[in-house]
Design a protein around this ligand. Structure first.
Ligand code: PMP
Length: 354
C-alpha cells in the first residue's frame, strides 16, 4: 500500500454483538430490554413536527439535562449527556485520562475500555478478577492515571459493594474514578449518593438497557460541576451537536414516567430470578447477577458448542472467545416466554449431549 499508511491511526475496533436481520429469533445477545420504552416516547414520535428539524438542536440538550437533574436530585451543572454511554465514556477517557501512568480496569470487563485506551494512546493495566470473578478492591490501591469499573460488572453481572468502591475513590483522590452503571437499575446500589463526597467521581449511566432505548442512543454522566465543565469543553471541541432534537424530546419523556419504569424493571428482575433458578436446576454455574443478563458456564457442556446449537435454533446469546471466559455464555433476560423457550431447549440439549 501507499506510503501514507504509516500515518494512519490504526486501531483494532470493538466488536458489538450481532444484530441479525430476521424477526423470528429470540435475541438475548446484547442486553436489550424486551419491553417497549415508556408510552410517552411513542406519543412524542407520533406527534413530532418535522419542521423543527430545519434548525440545529440545542447543543446543551438543556431539556434532557434538566429532566435528569430533577429526577436524580443533582444540579444541572452536574449532568453531561451523550450519544449512548459509549460516547459519554469515550469523551471521559479523552478528557480525564491524560497522565503518563496507566489507567486501571478489570481484566474481565466491558471490552470497549481497552479499545478507547488504544485509540487515545492511554497506557492501561488490566487487573485480574479473582478465581470467583470478583474485583479485588485492594488491587486498586495504587498509583495510576485513573480507574474505570462497571458496577455491576459486565459480562459477569456481579455487583460490587458500594462501600468497597468508595474505598477505591478515597485511595485514588488524585485521579478520576469512573463507575460505569449501565446496568445499575436492575438491582444495584448507585454511586450517585457519593457524588457530594468525592470530587474525583464520575458516574455514567444509559437509557439503552433499563429504559428500553438502545436504538435512540442516550447516555449520561454525573459528577461535580468542575468535572462536567471539563467534559463539555472536550465535547464542544469535538462535535457541538451530539444530541439530536428527536432524541432530546424522547429522552425527556422516558425519564418522566417513573411508574412505568419501575413496573418494567420489576418484570425483568422477576424473570431474571426465575431464570437463575432454572439454570441452576440444569447444572449451570454463575455469579449472582444484579444486571439484565446472566453469565453462565456448564461444567459438562462446552459453551461454544452450546452457543452454536442455540444459534441454529434461532436463539442468540453472546459468546466471547477470550481467555478465562471462553467457556461462558452471556444470556440477556428476555420476556418470560423467551426464557421458557430457551430453558426448554437447554434442558433438551443437555439431556441429549451430556
Ligand atoms: N457500559 C457497559 C458496561 C455496557 O455493557 C454497555 C453496552 N454495550 C455500555 C456501557 C454502552 O451502552 P450504550 O452506549 O448503549 O449506552
Amino acid at each position: 500500500m501507499g506510503a501514507w499508511e504509516k500515518n494512519v491511526r490504526k486501531v483494532v475496533p470493538y466488536t458489538p454483538g450481532e444484530q441479525p436481520d430476521c424477526t423470528n429469533i429470540i435475541k438475548l445477545n446484547t442486553n436489550e430490554n424486551p419491553y417497549p420504552p415508556a408510552p410517552g416516547v411513542a406519543d412524542v414520535l407520533r406527534k413530532f413536527d418535522a419542521q423543527v428539524l430545519r434548525r440545529y438542536p440545542d447543543p446543551a440538550a438543556e431539556a434532557l439535562v434538566c429532566a435528569l437533574a430533577d429526577h436524580y436530585g443533582v444540579k444541572k451543572g452536574q449532568v453531561f449527556v451523550g450519544v449512548g454511554s459509549d460516547d459519554v465514556l469515550a469523551m471521559s477517557f479523552l478528557t480525564f485520562f491524560n497522565g503518563k501512568k496507566p489507567i486501571l480496569f478489570p481484566d474481565i470487563t466491558y471490552s470497549f475500555y481497552d479499545v478507547w485506551a488504544d485509540l487515545f494512546r492511554i497506557p492501561y493495566q488490566c487487573l485480574p478478577l479473582d478465581e470467583e470473578f470478583e474485583i479485588r478492591t485492594e488491587d486498586y490501591f495504587r498509583e495510576c492515571g485513573g480507574i474505570v469499573i462497571p458496577n455491576p460488572n459486565a459480562p459477569t453481572g456481579a455487583e460490587k459493594d458500594l462501600s468497597e468502591l468508595e474505598q477505591i475513590m478515597a485511595h485514588n483522590s488524585d485521579v478520576i474514578v469512573i463507575i460505569d452503571e449501565a446496568y445499575i437499575d436492575f438491582g444495584g446500589e448507585s454511586a450517585v449518593s457519593l457524588l457530594s463526597k468525592y470530587d474525583n467521581l464520575l458516574v455514567v449511566q444509559t437509557f439503552s438497557k433499563s429504559r428500553s432505548l438502545a436504538g435512540m442512543r442516550i447516555g449520561y454522566a454525573f459528577g461535580n460541576e468542575k468535572l462536567i465543565k471539563y467534559l463539555n469543553d472536550v465535547k464542544y471541541s469535538f462535535n457541538s451537536y451530539t444530541m439530536d432534537t428527536v432524541t432530546i424530546a424522547v429522552g425527556v419523556e422516558a425519564v418522566k414516567d417513573d411508574i412505568y419504569f419501575q413496573k418494567m424493571l420489576k418484570k425483568v428482575v422477576d424473570t431474571r430470578e426465575w431464570t437463575k433458578k432454572e439454570l441452576r436446576r440444569l447444572g449451570f454455574l454463575f455469579q449472582d447477577s444484579k444486571s439484565n443478563f446472566i453469565f453462565a458456564t456448564h461444567p459438562k457442556c462446552p459453551a461454544k458448542a452450546l452457543f452454536e446449537a442455540l444459534k441454529k435454533e434461532g436463539i442468540f446469546v453472546r459468546y466471547f472467545d477470550k481467555p478465562r471466559i471462553d467457556n461462558y455464555l452471556r444470556i440477556s433476560i428476555g420476556t418470560d416466554q423467551e426464557m421458557k423457550t430457551l430453558l426448554a431447549f437447554l434442558e433438551q440439549y443437555l439431556g441429549e449431549n451430556v
